[in-house]
Write a protein that binds this ligand. Structure first.
Ligand code: BGC
Length: 781
């Protein structure tokens, strides 16, 4: 009896010692390997798969929202409490925090600031300003209890028809990389992470989950990957999101070439990679993803964890690959506010952030035309505001990249705040229509069309009769017409009616211009669109065109700031505005299905029969690299943007120090009002082993706000390796020896001065990754 009691005591003692030991093992910076050793295979599998899907579908939650901790956040990782591993929360997106604005059981609201969309931010060409926007987004992320924001979007504007271009920055990888990097640094300065996306070549929405993007290694390295490379090297993002598509036959989310060889070996990336929001694919075993270096399957399905366990047990997946990814995951978790038990307030300073978004969007707006200096407006008391979106201004795009904003300042209120009234009758007609159309939209809502439900859909334009315009002209000093476009996730844009104007819009522009001009009154067009549009056929009819993009919640105020001259426009285009969509070389290889959504099909398949690959035959000739090299006329060139003042560029100089090239140029404001100017450096390479575009942007800088007569000397640094071409045959970057010209201007067609430099040869070996395995008719000079 005594003996039994003793052994029982011993057993209890042993158990409690083990329990204490286990309890004592709580994740910290120094015990990662120990924690990995203590994890069961099931726990490891669980940590590599988000907790999203199985819990939420069927529970009434909207697809795409998979977090229990923060309502409306896109996803959550698994918690393993016995080892002190907390769940972490990720939420969209590139223009601000996307979460549910209201929650059951409380009157408190959880709105987030709607910042300008990616294209607008990039059009500022102001990395400091983008950093500050990033800081504000990071702060809202932190204060709403989120660990990672799913942005920035960094895919290239390969085609003006891509439905998600608004989330992305540019057709140029240097703009994409530098603006992206500033955004990542700003967000991460707040102690939260980013997930730069969609890695890589997600340049179309049509059939996005299956399409095979066939791209030469050279175009991949020099264009589609380059922006990511710059950002990864410069700003150390916590996470990256692989894309839905394939590249050269392999899904990016299962591509060892992309996720290990390029990303980690060539670029030295240290963070985690998560998938985009898709489950297991019939043609991609989850073990291939784990092995390839995809650390986290999002939003996560129970089956994926089960399959990881099975694959290890069956010897199809090496536990070392699992452990490597677990280590990445633990290193990520250690950085998160949730691990650090940050006490978030749910009350970020939305008022202060509204000021930041207002300033950022005015600086991103691009003035395309300003005949007879009609802008800034002088003595304007009352305007006739045409176009439905003057009254329902679009602050952002549709889909996961939208933000649930507290309000949107429309043009009527923006102008009113600036002391300009709108004509009574027209305002009433449009405002009543907007009310009616919104109510109808609500009534006709299809719960399964969730993409379209995320954000502000575009209402149909109404017909403006001649009589109406004639009535208005008597009452107004000028006409303002808003032409808007909406686009978003899951759909590409069509040429007719989306890239081009609709018949209603054409008629509206003609009627309004004829009548107002006959009365000597100006006509100003505001473009409220996230993407490039056709302008060449109608621009001659109007006096001024301002591209306001989708500028965030303060939109109307920002536009008014520019119209009245409180802000001098200093935005420049980050993508070429072509004369017609057919002029863009990728158009013939862009799937031109109309906005498409097949509800009877599996939600994520976007099943478009017959479209499952896209040949990048234009190769390295994307955007201005094509138009400039092949001498094709465009409506507005890359880098273009007018100002209310005039700038003079001094003669640029260039010098080499080690492997750093410094380009210096002075910029002087020789006009009458204060303003900012962008210096853009385009490099012309000597004739060498490789065919090169006529010139390529390699650096840019923006002046401060220069007063009339004031000048500033801008210094721009270019790493010598950034002048390299990708040499496919030898898997290396190579700078040919010879004389390089550094052309400085304010758009690609407006070079103000050139300096040159002789450079010696430079090479840098890379892995031989993602070879093109189909024959394609690549474009050559
Ligand atoms: C989108 C991602 C987004 C994710 C989570 C996906 O469908 O492609 O950009 O971050 O959903 O909402």
């Amino acid at each position: 009896m005594k003996h039994r009691k003793l052994s029982l005591t011993l057993a209890v003692g042993l158990l409690s010692t083990t329990m204490t030991a286990q309890k004592a093992l709580q994740l910290n910076k120094k015990n990662i390997d120990e924690v990995i050793a203590a994890m069961t295979l099931e726990e490891k599998a669980q940590l590599l798969v988000g907790v999203g899907h199985q819990d939420f579908v069927g529970s009434g939650a909207m697809l795409g929202q998979h977090s229990r901790l923060v309502a409306g956040a896109a996803g959550q990782t698994a918690e393993i409490s016995r080892l002190g591993i907390p769940a972490t929360v990720v939420a969209d997106g590139p223009a601000g925090v996307h979460i549910n604005p209201t929650r059951p059981g409380t009157n408190q609201t959880f709105y987030a600031t709607g910042f300008p969309i990616g294209t607008c931010l990039a059009s500022t060409w102001n990395t400091d300003l983008v950093y500050h926007v990033g800081k504000a987004i990071g702060n809202e992320t932190l204060e709403y209890g989120i660990d990672v924001i799913l942005g920035p979007g960094m895919n290239l504007h390969r085609s003006p028809l891509c439905g998600r271009n608004f989330e992305y920055y540019s057709e140029d990888p240097i703009v994409t990389g530098l603006i992206g990097s500033a955004m990542v640094k700003g967000i991460q300065s707040q102690g939260v992470g980013v997930s730069a996306k969609h890695f890589a070549a997600n340049s179309q929405e049509s059939d996005r989950t299956r399409v095979d993007e066939r791209i030469s290694q050279r175009a991949l390295r020099e264009l589609y990957l380059k922006g990511f490379e710059i950002m990864v090297r410069d700003s150390k993002p916590w996470t990256l999101m692989s894309s839905y598509n394939k590249i050269n036959g392999t899904y990016t989310q299962g591509s060892k070439d992309l996720l290990t060889n390029i990303l980690r070996k060539d670029w030295g990336y240290k963070g985690i990679v998560m998938t985009d929001w898709i489950g297991e694919r019939a043609d991609l075993p989850v073990e291939t993803e784990v092995e390839a270096g995809n650390d986290l399957m999002m939003p996560g399905y129970a089956d994926q964890a089960k399959h990881i366990v099975e694959a290890v047990k069956a010897g199809r997946l090496d536990i070392k690959d699992v452990d490597r990814n677990i280590k990445n995951m633990l290193e990520y978790i250690l950085k998160t506010p949730r691990y650090k038990k940050y006490k978030y307030t749910n009350q970020p300073d939305l008022k202060a952030h509204a000021q930041i978004t207002r300033q950022a969007s005015t600086e991103g707006m691009v003035l395309l035309k300003n005949d007879n200096n009609v802008l800034p407006v002088k003595n304007m008391k009352k305007v006739a505001l045409f176009g439905v979106n003057s009254y329902d201004f679009l602050s952002g795009g549709l889909g996961s990249g939208c933000v649930n904003v507290p309000y949107v300042v429309d043009m009527v209120h923006g102008l009113q705040n600036a002391g300009i009234a709108t004509t009574k009758q027209l305002t009433e007609i449009y405002e009543n229509y907007v009310k009616y159309a919104k109510a109808k939209l609500q009534a006709d809502k299809n719960p399964e069309m969730w993409f379209l439900d995320q954000g502000q859909p575009k209402l149909d334009e109404i017909e403006i009769t001649q009589r109406c315009v004639e009535h208005e002209v008597g009452d107004a000093d000028a006409a303002i017409i808003t032409i808007a476009r909406q686009a978003g996730e899951g759909m590409d844009r069509s040429i007719e009616g989306e890239f081009n104007l609709t018949d209603h819009e054409k008629a509206m522009i003609s009627r309004v211009s004829d009548v107002f001009h006959a009365n000597n009154k100006p006509v100003i067009v505001i473009i409220n669109s996230g993407s490039v549009m056709e302008t060449a056929s109608w621009r001659d009819r109007v006096d001024a065109i301002l591209v306001a993009w989708q500028p965030g919640e303060e939109g109307g105020n920002s536009v008014a700031d520019v119209l009245i001259g409180k802000a001098n426009p200093s935005g420049h285009l980050t993508s070429t505005w072509p004369i017609s969509a057919a002029d863009v070389p990728s158009t013939k290889n862009f799937p031109q299905q109309p906005a498409y959504y097949n509800l009877s099909d599996k939600l994520y398949s976007n099943n478009m029969k017959g479209v499952n690959y896209t040949n990048h035959e234009e190769d390295i000739y994307v955007g201005y690299r094509y138009f400039d090299t092949f001498n094709k006329k465009v409506a507005y060139p890359f880098g273009y943007g007018l100002s209310y003042t005039t700038f003079e560029f001094g003669k640029p100089s260039v010098s080499l120090n080690g492997d750093k090239i410094t380009v210096t140029v002075s910029v002087k404001n020789i006009g009458k009002v204060a303003g900012k100017q962008v210096a853009q450096v385009y490099v012309k390479a000597p004739k060498g082993a490789y065919e090169k575009p006529s010139c390529e942007l390699k650096a840019f800088a923006k002046t401060k706000n220069l007063k009339p007569g004031q000048s500033e000397t801008l210094k721009m640094i270019i790493a010598k390796r950034d002048l390299a071409s990708f040499d496919e045959a030898n898997s290396q970057w190579k700078v040919d020896a010879g004389k390089y010209e550094f052309c400085v201007g304010d758009n690609v067609e407006s070079i103000k001065g050139t300096a040159s430099l002789n450079l010696s040869e430079y090479t840098e070996k890379t892995t031989n990754s993602l070879p093109l395995n189909t024959k394609m008719n690549l474009l050559h000079q």
